[in-house]
Design a protein around this ligand. Structure first.
Ligand code: NDP
Length: 285
């Protein structure tokens, strides 16, 4: 085969799909998973040990629950000359620690955050945040592109997870807000078209295009509030909490939003606009 050899460590939902994607793209693929027997049907070669799997390919792609799993799995592996690309979740500081851990053992760590669920791997629109040495990313880009678009965010190993977590935070809070609101009206089906219109309006150019409007305000450090001031919204956010409470529903998320508003109002941002909330984010209690 003209495609480079790849080793995949970790055969959970993500790792097993990555392995079969590499196989389909013509890469000689070796796999290893802590619990054996997960390689069946992937079309890859199952190594008996993690050390053997690492020895099989210069490029070692890792997808496990966290980085502690890598420390445990590769403790006895020879990492000399190996490029480890870890797509597992952990904190940015843990990724920096892991980068030193791999370097001490003669290898190179590229950290990564993959922005699609298993069925999206290798499909149009899939992309992955990478961080670490530019040369290592560039050298293995053709293989890594089998999984999705390669976005190299910088050399600080923490950056892959920083961007991944930034996006995950938007994903979770947006959907969770929808779950709350669907519970409030009692019908997800009835709310769905309104929610869909709002979400698309947010990203457009019109008067509801708050993604663009907020970006400009945050970058300028100016929070104009003449048309919808923060005090008015703090009062409104308290009414949202009351609406959930009156319906006998949980108020954790709307309550946290109302609390953030109240703190901003108390801190003197009442006449400013919504983006003044970034000042609360930057100054945790
Ligand atoms: P799974 O729960 O399906 O798989 C977890 C994998 O981690 C298994 O292979 C498991 O091995 C392995 N593992 C756990 N602990 C250890 C350990 N101590 N030593 C060795 N191996 C260990 O998770 P996913 O495949 O869904 O996710 C993998 C990573 O990808 C996670 O970090 C996740 O946050 C991230 N991710 C997942 C997405 C998704 O939609 N699923 C999307 C984007 C990122 P074993 O079989 O032996 O238990």
């Amino acid at each position: 085969s003209s495609q480079e050899a790849v080793t995949v460590i970790g055969l959970g939902a993500m790792g097993s799909t990555m392995a079969s994607t590499f196989v389909a793209a013509g890469h000689p693929t070796t796999v290893w998973n802590r619990t054996p027997g997960k390689a069946a049907g992937l079309g890859a070669t199952e190594a008996a040990t993690a050390a053997e799997a690492v020895a099989a390919s210069e490029l070692v792609v890792i997808s496990q629950v966290d980085y502690a799993a890598m420390f445990e799995s590769l403790a006895d592996a020879d990492l000399n000359g190996r490029v480890l690309v870890n797509l597992s979740s952990d904190s940015p500081e843990k990724l920096r620690e892991a980068s030193r851990w791999v370097a001490e053992r003669g290898g190179t760590l590229v950290t990564a955050g993959i922005m699609v669920p298993p069925p999206g791997i290798g499909k149009p629109g899939a992309y992955i945040f990478f961080a670490g040495p530019e040369e290592a990313v560039t050298a293995h880009k053709p293989a890594l592109e089998a999984l999705g678009r390669v976005d190299h965010m910088g050399t600080d190993p923490g950056l892959a997870m920083l961007y991944y977590q930034a996006m995950l935070n938007i994903f979770w809070t947006t959907l969770i807000s929808y779950f709350y609101s669907a519970s409030l009206v009692g019908s997800a089906e009835r709310l769905q078209p309104y929610a869909a219109t709002m979400l698309s309006d947010l990203t457009e150019d019109g008067p509801m295009g708050f993604l663009r409007i907020s970006t400009a305000a945050i970058e300028a450090g100016e929070h104009p509030g003449a048309e919808n001031n923060l005090h008015m919204q703090a009062v409104g956010a308290e009414h949202v909490v009351q609406a959930f409470a009156e319906s006998g529903l949980d108020v954790t998320v709307p309550g946290a939003v109302a609390e953030l508003f109240a703190r901003a109002d108390e801190a003197g941002y009442g006449a400013d606009g919504l983006t003044a909330l970034v000042e609360m984010v930057r100054k945790p209690r």
